[in-house]
Write a protein that binds this ligand. Structure first.
Ligand SMILES: [Zn+2]
Length: 405
């Protein structure tokens, strides 16, 4: 049995016909987790669909009305890149309900998964790139509305930039003066307890993505890392490490929403990065370990994954569950400072006055807690261009130094 919950429903299946998006992946992930013994049936919980009020915490009344009445324009449907149907609307409302439930569980159990969701290309007023409703944003706004959290951070490791996330939490395109009470007659939403923009600036967005890929227009996240084509495991992990460290120096989230796309995989049909399955698992472990070191609850969604073999996509997503299990059970701990490895017994060098690691080892030995130890030093290899901050969305955020090539 896992030490966290997996939110899942057969209703996550997206009725989109033959499509590059493997709509059956959710069922297959569930089956794999059980067959491999990673999870048991008791680890799964079923979500309820989000309410219209929940959806309206993020999306505009006009857009929600169009979705519920089947009145999207041909262009709007084309932009969404999945064929509209009332069943599809139900699947997205359910995915959003799943992310709300997973966020709730994460706040109690430190980690929870929505085995779906991660629809990070949805904007307040339209859908894009296979995404109708931004389930993660809905979950964050609902947690804030219920006063369960004040702040959140999104860490988006899908190969495509989280354009919807960036737009929603930067306030771009959010009609702050429109309240759900302005909805059409088919929507019975009550006015939410708080105005949607009340928390603008309370959500810090990080996106690591391939620069030369959809979306062409990338609205600024709090931190965007534009990765070059074909970047491999080690460089990717170094950049993720940098982005997480930088983000968590600037911002203290009460919930971390990890958008764990499987499409940075080297065999992905819609991606152009070169991560291996093992590298993607290390990516997951890094996110969970950093969050655990700071005691930040993590809610996971799966987003994209278009490997030539659907089985690989299923493996990558299943590994994310495994990585979370390791992270909660492992015995590692972090000192978020220290590492002053240039200090000598009789003098300091290179910004290092005292050798904290050596002191810690000798103290453990003196106290007979250990006899031996090993030090492993990692040098980060960086070879890509990171552009941040392009735009500050909060006056609380101090500026970070500009990085250069
Ligand atoms: Zn993607």
């Amino acid at each position: 049995m896992l030490p966290f919950k997996l939110v899942y429903s057969d209703g996550y299946y997206l009725p989109i016909g033959a499509h590059v998006f493997p709509a059956e992946k959710y069922q297959r992930i569930r089956a794999r987790l059980i067959e491999s013994g990673i999870a048991s049936a008791n680890d799964f919980v079923s979500p309820q669909p989000a309410s219209d009020q929940d959806i309206l915490l993020v999306h505009t009344p006009e857009y929600v009305r169009k979705l519920k009445t089947g009145t999207l324009s041909a262009r709007e449907e084309l932009e969404m890149e999945i064929p509209y149907s009332p069943e599809l609307v139900r699947a997205f409302w359910l995915a959003a309900g799943g992310s709300i439930l997973a966020a709730d569980y994460a706040l109690n159990d430190r980690i929870a998964f929505n085995l779906g969701g991660g629809f990070h290309h949805a904007f307040p007023d339209h859908g894009e790139g296979f995404c109708m409703i931004h389930d993660v944003a809905v979950a964050i706004r609902r947690m804030q509305r219920d006063d369960k959290i004040r702040t959140a951070m999104t860490v988006d490791c899908d190969v495509h930039q989280g354009n919807g996330t960036a737009a929603i939490f930067a306030g771009v395109g959010v009609p702050g003066d429109l309240l759900p009470s302005a909805a059409g007659p088919t929507i019975t939403a009550a006015r939410p307890a708080k105005i949607r923009n009340a928390h603008a600036g309370d959500v810090f967005t990080i996106s690591l993505h391939q620069e030369n890929n959809y979306p062409a227009w990338k609205p600024p996240s709090s931190i965007d890392v534009d990765l070059p084509d074909q970047i491999g495991d080690d460089d990717y992990l170094a950049w993720l490490d940098n982005a997480l460290s930088s983000g968590l120096r600037q911002f203290e989230p009460e919930l971390l929403c990890y958008i764990a796309g499987a499409d940075p995989y080297r065999e992905d049909q819609l991606g152009g990065l070169s991560l291996t399955i093992a590298g993607l698992k290390r990516r997951d472990e890094l996110v969970f370990r950093v969050a655990r070191a700071r005691d930040i609850p993590v809610m996971v969604t799966f987003a994209g994954g278009y490997a030539r073999k659907v089985d690989d996509t299923v493996t990558i997503h299943s590994n994310t569950v495994l990585a979370a299990d390791y992270a909660l059970n492992d015995r590692s701990a972090f000192n978020l400072g220290g590492g002053f490895h240039h200090a000598f017994p009789d003098h300091g060098e290179g910004f290092c006055m005292l050798h904290d690691v050596a002191v810690a080892i000798r103290r453990m030995q003196r106290d007979d807690k250990i006899r031996t130890a090993m030090t492993v030093e990692r040098v980060q290899a960086v070879s890509c261009f990171c552009r941040y901050p392009r735009k500050s969305t909060s006056s609380q955020k101090p500026a970070v130094p500009q990085r250069s090539r």
